[in-house]
Ligand binder design. Structure first.
Ligand SMILES: Cc1cc2nc3c(=O)[nH]c(=O)nc-3n(C[C@H](O)[C@H](O)[C@H](O)COP(=O)(O)OP(=O)(O)OC[C@H]3O[C@@H](n4cnc5c(N)ncnc54)[C@H](O)[C@@H]3O)c2cc1C
Length: 336
């Protein structure tokens, strides 16, 4: 949609739910959305599509939305990209938000490009930062480009809404405020919008995966300073004692000490646990990009000048191979 085709206003986030439970990424998006809406001096709305969800969307208001647009229909029980993008297209055409953001989850990555092409606007995928440009009020969409070697700031000056997806876990939800008031708007659409080319057969849950690092409350992460793959055993032991998961720097992954699925950082996962313990990790910007929003950061490094000490809450200068066994013993004692 061209900028002069209407009076675009408001910031929208795309809420997500699974089996009628609102997904935490929706609340993280509200943190981004609230900040952008406040900077623009406008309202923040959440859109959410599903079946049997209309009684459950109040929490989106408690986490920052002023309005929730809900579409509740049996044909929205399972995700069909064509149906979801049809409905979102109608909503956007009716309410004309100036900004519309989603999470870079499978859902957001699938439905947002479809929507952007239908309504003829731009979309920046997988952003690590979003902000409002002071002079123009435009959405600045920041993401790594050219293999992660530069950070590109992208704008959408001529089309609306300005659309972006942001990495899950790149922000924490705002504190829940059950006294917040907002409006819930239930929308209905004609049957033809629900006709899909996709036939749902079965949903098979992955029961085998261990705790993925993005979902862990505690992450014990290792880098090149661990010297050898066998020393990661200590990280696994510590992580298990703390009910957490093991992360790694790219150097550790490149060395073949641990699989890529554990890599934290620009070209790995973004995490935001309550506790992040960085062991033998220098704190390169590309690593920090994936973990700096962790609540508490502990660093163990032999070099007192290591950049990780500039971002950590607690720093231990020393040899990780000597400190880790003592750390493990201490935690064992506390646990008994
Ligand atoms: C495009 C691009 C994308 C990238 N993406 C990522 C990414 O996603 N994630 C990522 O991590 N990196 C990424 N990198 C790589 C990044 O630049 C760093 O090279 C990497 O993070 C360094 O890993 P490290 O801290 O394990 O190793 P180093 O930088 O070599 O640091 C090792 C640290 O261990 C300490 N040490 C040594 N011995 C001990 C000891 N006995 N006890 C305690 N400490 C010790 C040293 O003092 C040092 O600080 C990327 C780079 C590029 C160019």
């Amino acid at each position: 949609m061209k900028i002069d085709e209407g009076n675009f206003k408001g910031v929208w986030i795309l809420g997500e739910q699974r089996e009628t439970i609102i997904s935490p990424v929706s609340y993280e998006l509200l943190t981004w959305g609230r900040e952008l809406a406040d900077k623009r001096g406008t309202i923040l709305a959440s859109v959410i599509l599903g079946y049997n969800i209309k009684e459950k969307v109040e929490s989106l208001i408690h986490y920052g939305a002023d309005i929730v647009y809900v579409v509740d229909h049996p044909d929205l029980q399972h995700f069909a990209p064509d149906v979801h993008s049809n409905i979102l297209e109608k909503l956007v055409q009716e309410f004309m938000p100036e900004i519309f953001i989603a999470s870079a989850t499978t859902y957001g990555r699938t439905v947002m490009p479809l929507l952007a092409s239908k309504i003829e606007t731009g979309l920046t995928a997988d952003c690590t930062g979003l902000d409002i440009e002071k002079d123009t009020g435009l959405l600045i969409q920041t993401r790594p480009a050219i293999g992660g070697n530069i950070m590109a700031s992208i704008i959408t000056p001529k089309h609306r809404p300005q659309m972006a997806t942001v990495r899950p876990k790149s922000r924490r939800p705002l504190p829940k405020d059950e006294s917040r008031k907002g409006k819930i708007v239930l929308k209905e659409y004609p049957d033809e919008l629900y006709i899909s080319k996709v036939k749902f057969i079965e949903f098979i849950k992955d029961e085998t995966a261990a705790l993925p690092i993005q979902d862990a409350d505690v992450i014990v992460s290792g880098g090149k300073g661990l010297k050898d793959a066998k020393n990661f055993k200590m990280l696994y032991e510590l992580a298990e004692l703390l009910n957490g998961a093991v992360g790694a720097s790219r150097q550790a992954v490149d060395m073949g000490w641990i699989p890529y699925s554990h890599q934290v950082g620009l070209s790995g996962k973004t995490v935001s646990p309550r506790l992040y313990i960085a062991v033998g990790i220098s704190g390169a910007v590309q690593h920090l990009a994936g973990m700096s929003s962790s609540q508490t950061i502990v660093a163990i490094n032999i070099d007192p000048e290591a950049p990780i000490f500039k971002v950590c809450d607690f720093g231990i200068v020393g040899d990780a191979l000597e400190i880790l066994p003592l750390f493990i013993e201490k935690v064992k004692k506390i646990n008994t």
